[in-house]
Design a protein around this ligand. Structure first.
Ligand SMILES: [Zn+2]
Length: 228
């Protein structure tokens, strides 16, 4: 589903190596099916719907990996504009601040520069989607019971990349001519999470109307979100 990435993005700038589906596997076939319907120009609302006879968990797994690859590439392309100087804290405008906690190196929610936060975020997602116990690739191995919960977490965290890139790097997006590509990717992502109710509405607030909201509320009502 590289459709939304176009020629604007260089593969060399991928923040992390692309996670691939193994040819010949059922998930690879499902990925190809999803990609074909995306390229067919169908309404994105329809494209995200579960094809008849397919398993919901497989459909979610394919999309989580695909969104990780695409959002990873979008941020990789933007990352030269996202430095410790420009973005000393991972935020989404004046109102939203995201703190990192992983229960490991960062036991308490910690303010970090956006670039550092994104690095940790992509590492965290990568380790989950490469974990055979969570994203099993072998035939006959079932998904774990908490699979959808894990995917909800991943998709919520990926949403924050859109928040940061849209609110803080919109000028760079436009100067690169990447706006349409990112918008398509975002729309596809948004319709997918809406179709299967995969994110709490509160998480989506920063992109509801960021400019109006931040002007209205100012910096006094700053909110923080933890990675927990
Ligand atoms: Zn930034």
């Amino acid at each position: 589903m590289a459709l939304c990435l176009g020629q604007v993005f260089s593969k060399d700038k991928t923040f992390r190596p692309k996670k691939r589906f193994e040819p010949g596997t059922q998930r690879f076939e499902l990925y190809k099916k999803a990609q074909a319907s995306l390229k067919s120009g169908l309404d994105l609302r329809k494209v995200v719907q579960l094809p008849e006879g397919e398993s919901l968990n497989d459909w979610i797994a394919v999309h989580v990996v695909d969104f990780f690859n695409r959002i990873n590439l979008i941020y990789g392309t933007m990352s030269e504009y996202c430095t410790e100087r420009t973005c000393p804290i991972m935020s989404g405008g004046l109102k939203y601040e995201y703190r990192w906690r992983d229960g490991d190196d960062y036991k308490k929610p910690t303010k970090l520069p956006a670039l550092k936060y994104m690095n940790l975020l992509m590492d965290w997602i990568e380790s989950l989607i490469n974990d055979e116990d969570i994203f099993p690739t072998r035939v006959g191995v079932p998904f774990p019971k908490n699979f959808q919960q894990v995917c909800k977490k991943i998709l919520s965290r990926l949403f924050r990349v859109f928040v940061h890139v849209y609110i803080h790097h919109f000028d760079s997006i436009c100067s690169m001519g990447a706006e349409a590509h990112i918008n398509t990717c975002y729309k596809h992502y948004y319709f997918f999470i809406s179709e299967f109710n995969l994110i709490d509405n509160s998480e989506l607030e920063p992109l509801v109307s960021p400019l109006t909201e931040s002007n209205k509320e100012g910096c006094c009502s700053k909110q923080t979100r933890d990675l927990s």
